[in-house]
Design a protein. Structure first.
Length: 294
């Protein structure tokens, strides 16, 4: 059976089609197709507070194309979730209604806490060591979601309006930076050895660039070296020499800045990068709902 997950982020819009095979040992999730469209809603929203007519048009067209792909793939169910940009746009709800009318896709605008809950539905905490504490860091274009795990349970969670596109457009004040870092410091005190768990397209790309093998963590030292290298390169060289996508080559630098600042304040040396995100969590929930109703 197939399921569809649509993730409408501040930088890009993604459609993930996943095959789920039921076996004696449990369901196996196999990605069938991934379509990514870099609309960059955050450029409009974080600068002007609303989504421009041009990007509204692109969104309607993209959702129409996604609906056709969902139909062609014959998915048994799908879900579309929008995060920071649509959440903060003054005309976000209006665009949701227009897309529903023209593309027949119903979009759910979710808060940061809900976004984190969906990602956690991947049940990655089952693979963590019970005697350690972890800081989950999900860096997006418009926000950063933080959750602290201790004894295999979430003990603190917070969403901050600091993201890669906000930083690119100088829309993050120094006071708000310090607010985030103070929260990290206060909530990680006394937890002993703390490891990081990184989520989002940028940390996944950085993990691959570091050529980490065998599921080993990304070291803070490696992240720092990548940050220095990327910062010193021009945008064009990041695209041409490193082969980064055009819409990744600029945001990856502020992503490094966010991850490094949090890791440094929390004294994190190792970052686990499980390479899953919101779309994977949506798929997991769709499957669980489908089997419950079946």
């Amino acid at each position: 059976m197939k399921f569809g997950a649509i993730d409408i982020g501040s930088n890009a819009v993604r459609l993930l089609i996943t095959n789920v095979f039921e076996t004696e040992t449990g369901p196996v999730f196999k990605k069938s197709s991934l379509v990514r469209v870099p609309i960059r809603l955050g450029e409009d929203v974080f600068m002007n507070g609303f989504i421009s007519e041009e990007k509204q048009r692109k969104m309607v067209q993209t959702m129409g194309a996604f609906k056709l792909l969902l139909d062609v793939h014959g998915v048994v169910s799908y879900r579309a979730c929008a995060t920071s940009a649509m959440r903060n746009a003054t005309n976000g709800e209006e665009l949701v209604e227009e897309i529903s009318e023209k593309s027949e896709i119903d979009i759910e605008i979710i808060q940061g806490k809900k976004e984190a809950d969906i990602i956690f539905s991947n049940h990655f905490e089952e693979h963590l060591f019970g005697d350690r504490s972890y800081l989950y860091i999900d860096v997006g274009g418009g926000s950063t979601e933080l959750t602290i795990f201790s004894n295999n349970k979430p003990v603190a969670s917070r969403s901050f309006r600091i993201g890669t596109i906000r930083l690119l457009n100088n829309k993050v004040e120094a006071e708000y930076w310090e607010k985030l870092l103070k929260w990290v410091e206060e909530n990680t005190k006394g937890l002993g050895k703390l490891d990081g768990i990184g989520s989002g397209g940028n940390i996944n790309k950085l993990y691959k660039m570091a050529e980490v093998t065998g599921g080993e963590p990304l070291r803070y030292k490696q992240l720092k070296e990548l940050h220095v290298m990327l910062r010193e390169m021009s945008y064009e060289d990041r695209v041409i020499k490193l082969g980064l996508n055009a819409d990744r080559a600029d945001v990856i630098v502020p992503a490094c800045e966010i991850f490094r600042a949090i890791m440094k304040r929390a004294k994190i040396k190792d970052m686990i990068v499980p390479q899953f995100g919101l779309s994977d969590g949506i798929t997991r929930l769709l499957y669980e709902d489908y089997t419950t109703l079946a």
